[in-house]
Design a binder for this molecule. Sequence first.
Ligand SMILES: [Cu+2]
Length: 228
Amino acid sequence: MVSSTLIVAAMGAALPVAFATPSYPVANGTTPSGPTSTGGSKPALQTVAVGQNGLKFTPDTITAKVGEQIVFEFFPKNHAVVQANFDSPCKPKDGGIFSGFVPVPEGRANKTFVVTVQDDKPMWLYCPQNAPMPHCPQGMVAVINPPASGPNTLDAFKAAAAATNGTNATAPSGGPTGGEVSTPGAAPGTPGAPGSPSSSPAPSLGSATSATISGFLGLAALSAAILL
Ligand SMILES: [Cu+2]
């Protein structure tokens, strides 16, 4: 007895609502009313070269305050930045940062990985590349905010990394995390540059960024195969 016309009419009324709903968060997102203090002052930036002049980070010891940003720049041939626990030098730390591999045939890559320092705890880093030989045991390690005293020094971390020689370093299985993959051009910190890390709150990576990162990882993996 229920008229099909009524059902169609009901669907017709419901569908536009269903399609319209997803746009609400987007509309809200375009007009953030966050604290204005972050708009005026940009976070301090420090640059770290990855793989320039050999298998190393330059500098390999970084001291940074909470809120400061570390910009990793990548050089040939194909490196990455991964966070480790001090006791396991060439293995990823659960929940640690990962830049994804950044292949670059020559010069400086047009991608950077920007990490905003969240606390003053040490961050032990390594490169997970294993071709043509594992980079981590070769000394391609670094630390952000090393302990002021005690046995956990970069030299000790480097020695522990060297002791893993003969075993491949491990890269995280997922895509980049814990930082922002950015394509300068548009260098980080450039006022008003689209995609500049300073133009958006660093702690939250939006879904759009994640999608971009996933695509980038696939490309990186493909390029890695070609380069090495
Ligand atoms: Cu490397």
